[in-house]
Design a protein around this ligand. Structure first.
Ligand code: SF4
Ligand code: SF4
Length: 196
């Protein structure tokens, strides 16, 4: 293959440029302008907290449902989706209407988590979201494994379907449920997964 050569001519400097003073004073003038227009960009943390963009992916939160319970049904889709195996879930049987299981243990290990948000994308019932908190410092490793009790934010509500039954029902109908009247109708059913 032929090698292409690009020849660049050395620019000619005039008499003054040969002394380099114009460039030096030009640079000093730019520095002086920045000093005169100085605006501090430092945030006095922790007294001041920087405003974060809406799509910031901070520490996870678990929204509550109308009964003040976490919405997680321990389906483990988030655990499977997590690329760093940061999530560990131990499920237990649930006797609530339409829910087979709930998490007995739900931990995220923040020594592993890379805040990619895949777990939130994978969750079928809006039980997990990325929050806005980012203060994660801990004196020991155990303090970096957060439990569902830490994630739970009962003040954050979600209208998405909570239970597997509702979700599967709507999935098989080809739509994702977001209508509370529909949810109420489905909850009147006898608790099986039979399709209408
Ligand atoms: S944000 Fe990403 S790395 Fe962290 S727990 Fe969720 S899926 Fe795993
Ligand atoms: S957080 Fe969502 S995806 Fe993860 S186990 Fe709970 S319901 Fe399933």
């Amino acid at each position: 293959m032929a090698i292409k050569i690009k020849k660049i001519e050395q620019p000619e400097l005039n008499f003054w440029e040969n002394f380099y003073f114009p460039q030096i004073f030009g640079g000093l003038w730019i520095t002086l302008k920045h000093i005169l227009n100085f605006k501090p960009i430092t945030v006095q943390y922790p007294e001041e907290v920087k405003e974060l963009p809406e799509n910031f992916r901070g520490l996870h939160i678990m929204p509550g449902d109308d009964d003040g319970e976490i919405r997680c049904v321990a389906c483990k889709l988030c655990e499977v989706a997590c690329p760093t195996q940061a999530i560990s879930i131990v499920a237990e049987a649930a006797d609530d209407y339409g829910i087979e299981r709930r998490p007995k243990v739900y931990n995220i290990d923040f020594m592993r988590c890379v805040f990619c948000g895949f777990c939130v994308e994978a969750c079928p019932c809006d039980a997990l979201r990325m929050g806005m908190k980012y203060e994660l410092a801990s004196y020991n490793r155990a303090g970096l494994v957060h439990t569902k009790e830490v994630f739970f934010e009962p003040n954050v509500k979600s209208n998405a379907p909570r239970d597997n039954a509702n979700f599967l029902y709507k999935m098989q109908k080809g739509e994702i449920l977001d209508d509370m009247e529909e949810v109420a109708k489905i909850k009147d059913l006898d608790g099986t997964y039979s399709q209408k």
